[in-house]
Design a protein around this ligand. Structure first.
Ligand code: HEM
Length: 271
């Protein structure tokens, strides 16, 4: 991780690209613990307490893989982040017990007819509602994402079938948003209000790892948010790359991400 306001600014200088963009993941990088651990884990625990029906969704089909995930996560923390208190409540669903220990959100997929989301603890959704996704296939989950079916559905399903204990992966997503809260469970698609100086750049770091004994997959999601104005000060090309990325995104994607009118606003502000 570098020392900027957030560790990743994944803007492609040549414009928007719809791609899996997978990179190999090492075991030591599965979970990222930083100086916001106490604050963010505290917020997750509060949400798990007050809104479990929004941030947790499980089906019995995900139980075995969830228990295995908890074991693997505890082992990983023991090796790479021994400073974390690893006390767990045995009566709790194992995925929730696991989720209390890390800043990442956790999703378990298991293959039946196809890969389905069978257990999840998601406290920091970026404008989607977990209960509507549980038990769903990858294609159904991504139903609202323009271009997913045409460009990403087959390679993603093929990757899931190919995943094994040897290789794990990570990837990044980003968006521009007018609210810095990590928990946003309403699927708002409207353009951000205000101006660039009021907006935030939100990056999702996601990992995919095979869970060998139960033959499931763990998908983790970690969010990083910084004021767009801070990134514009920090990185010379930030505003140019941002404008190019938004402008070159297909219009359906701009609508979906809530970027309609954003380029015009930024350009007017720069003038
Ligand atoms: C290689 C694997 C994956 C790829 C390439 C992928 C790709 C994408 C893309 C392009 C988007 C649009 C949002 C954006 O770009 O900011 C998206 C949204 C989303 N993805 Fe994935 N994704 C993957 C895995 C997963 C998995 C395993 C889950 C399981 C929970 C998931 C859940 C979602 C959800 C819930 C959304 C928001 C959908 C909505 O707006 O209702 N993704 N994904």
């Amino acid at each position: 991780m570098d020392s900027g306001p957030i560790p990743y600014v994944p803007l492609n200088p040549s414009g928007f690209k719809m791609a899996m963009g997978l990179r190999p993941l090492e075991e030591k990088d599965w979970f990222q613990v930083d100086d916001r651990w106490a604050e963010q884990v505290g917020k997750k625990r509060e949400l798990l307490e007050i809104a479990p029906e929004v941030v947790v969704a499980t089906r019995p089909q995900g139980d075995a893989a969830s228990a295995e995930v908890l074991g693997l996560l505890l082992e990983n923390l023991n090796t790479f982040h021994p400073e974390i208190d690893r006390t767990i409540d045995e009566r709790e669903h194992p995925l929730v017990a696991a989720s209390r220990l890390v800043q990442e959100d956790l999703c378990v997929l298991v293959k039946s007819d196809t890969w389905r989301l069978e257990a999840a603890s998601v406290c920091c959704p970026s404008r989607w509602f977990l209960p509507s996704k549980i038990g769903r296939t990858m294609d159904e989950i991504h139903g609202p994402v323009p271009g997913y079916e045409q460009q990403l559905a087959s390679p993603t399903n093929a990757l899931f079938d190919r995943l094994n204990g040897e290789k794990s992966y990570w990837r990044l997503n980003w968006t521009l948003i007018d609210n810095p809260e990590l928990h946003q469970s309403k699927s708002i698609r409207k353009a951000p209000s205000g101006h660039l100086s009021d907006w935030f750049f939100r990056v999702e770091r996601q990992t995919l790892r095979f869970i060998p004994d139960s033959r499931g997959i763990l998908f983790t999601i970690r969010n990083y948010v910084a004021p767009a104005s801070e990134l514009a000060r920090e990185y010379e090309n930030f505003t140019d790359d941002l404008l190019r990325s938004i402008e070159s995104a297909p219009s359906a994607m701009r609508e979906y991400k809530g970027w309609a009118g954003v380029v015009e606003k930024i350009r007017a502000e720069l003038d």
